[in-house]
Design a binder for this molecule. Structure first.
Ligand code: S3P
Length: 457
């Protein structure tokens, strides 16, 4: 991964030792914090770049994925710098003000970065080349190419719409009215961001709600965003083109998808009682908490405050026995990144957990259904894989453990099975922990401070 030159971003490139082994942990007690939200961090940098003037961001996730976005913005002519006080400064160039990059944008492992940049670049009249690591180069981009071509951009991609990708931005971008064929916040955001530099109204209809960080942040920067109810439980989001976005001071909440790991550890390591501070509790992100409560977990959410236009709360969790549940397909977008760790928890519960409607997991950083099922089997758990789901027979306590688990360049698979090792009888080994830094740099140190025993294997 190409790392940015300046300052603390160096931490994002932290190369954790491959492989890693996680052994029995002490109970997790007290309080902890988790890094800034990955989705919100990408968007804060990107919208800061499209505002006129200087945006200040506190709590930005300093991970490899977000660093890739910062480097790409510099290549597009935007100054993005870390400050001494831990915040970040973005000198926005205004909607339509980006410059043609003189080389390919390398977006590393980040699907969010490549898809959102595809949207932004689609309505700039220049050509952008994009690529990424082996995992990202295998992921489908047709889902953003299709609507963005309707807006007037042209694309060249490898077979299956895969990276490397050339985005030939539209000279006269057109607004569209688009119904999402897959529930994807990345696709919704790509179209809305392209619509910023198009005349008139760009509208995206989603039948199942997905995370709304782009809409919230666009409003925060001064764009006109209208949201109407559409059908049963769906919504239509409209953005008005050519807004003058004003710079902001933003604080990024803790990432609920990162918090899922200490939360899960505290549920399955007996005697744990942990409070995770300042976690984003956006309604589009709390499917895991809802599911775990149905499983009988003791999880309490403290008073909700607002940070950067997003709801934030402390989350208190206590270890206890859990029962298997059926998780409906409709809940998938609200916990799409949490299925590997939920599967680990389900393997420790009593009874069967049935996870439904998960075809999308096959095209994440890895095929997460296959990687999760294989990892659970390596730990001695009983799991069966369906085309779009998993059935996990709980062991009534942690499964025996073991490994090695093949992580397939997937940070969430790596972290999920390290958490399992904190509770299983035998240690859990993973083949490669180096990708953890894409979303949670400092994960191993944070977990070890809380009572884990994770070391080079
Ligand atoms: C993200 C949306 C989700 C999620 C990803 C981040 C975002 O992807 O899996 O980690 O920031 O918009 P999809 O929108 O493709 O489901």
């Amino acid at each position: 991964m190409t790392m940015p030159r300046a300052g603390r971003e160096g931490r994002a490139g932290e190369q954790l030792p491959h492989p890693l082994v996680s052994s029995a942990a002490a109970p997790l007690k007290g309080t902890c914090d988790v890094p800034g939200d990955k989705s919100i961090s990408h968007r804060a940098l990107m919208l800061g770049a499209l505002a006129v003037g200087e945006t200040r961001i506190r709590g930005l996730l300093e991970s490899a994925d977000v660093a890739a976005t910062a480097v790409a913005l510099r290549a597009l002519g935007v100054a993005v710098e870390p400050e001494e006080d831990g915040s970040w400064r973005v000198h926005g160039v205004g909607v339509g003000g980006l410059a043609e990059p003189d080389g390919p944008l390398d977006l590393g492992n980040s699907g969010t970065a490549v898809r959102l940049f595809a949207g932004i670049c689609a309505s700039h009249a220049f050509t952008t080349f994009m690529t990424g690591d082996r995992s990202l180069r295998s992921r489908p981009m047709g889902r953003v190419i299709e609507p963005l071509e309707r807006m007037g951009a042209r694309f060249e991609a490898r077979s299956g719409g895969r990276l490397p990708l050339a985005v030939i931005g539209a000279c006269d971008p057109m607004p569209i009215d688009y119904r999402l064929p897959v529930p994807s916040a990345q696709v919704k955001s790509a179209v809305l961001l392209a619509g910023l530099n198009a005349p008139g109204k760009t509208r995206v209809v989603e039948t199942v709600p997905t995370r709304d960080h782009t809409e919230r942040m666009l409003r925060r920067f001064g764009a006109q965003v209208d949201i109407e109810v559409e059908g049963e439980g769906g919504s239509a989001v409209t953005v008005v083109g050519y807004p003058e976005l004003g710079p902001c001071a933003l604080t990024v909440p803790g990432d609920p998808s990162a918090a899922a790991f200490p939360l899960a550890a505290a549920l399955i390591v007996p005697g744990s009682d942990l409070t995770i501070r300042n976690v984003g509790v956006n309604p589009g992100r709390i499917g895991l908490i809802e599911t775990l409560r149905e499983m009988g977990a003791s999880i309490e959410t403290g008073p909700v405050s607002e940070q950067g236009g997003e709801p934030v709360a402390d989350i208190a969790v206590r270890a206890g026995s859990l029962r298997g549940v059926e998780v409906p397909a409709a809940r998938a977008p609200g916990m799409i990144d949490e299925y590997p760790i939920l599967s680990v928890i389900a393997a420790c519960a009593d009874g069967t957990t049935r996870l439904n409607g998960l075809a999308e997991l096959r095209v994440k950083e890895s095929d997460r259904l296959e990687a999760t099922a294989a990892g659970l089997r390596a730990a001695g758990a009983d799991v069966s894989e369906r085309e779009d789901g998993l059935d996990i027979v709980g062991h009534g306590g942690p499964p025996p453990g073991g490994g090695p688990v093949a992580t397939h360049m997937d940070h969430r698979i790596a972290m999920a099975f390290l958490v399992l090792g904190m509770a299983s009888g035998k240690p859990m080994t993973i083949d490669d922990g180096s990708m953890i830094g894409t979303s949670y740099p400092g994960f191993v140190a944070d977990m070890n401070r809380l009572g884990a025993s994770i070391a080079a294997g």
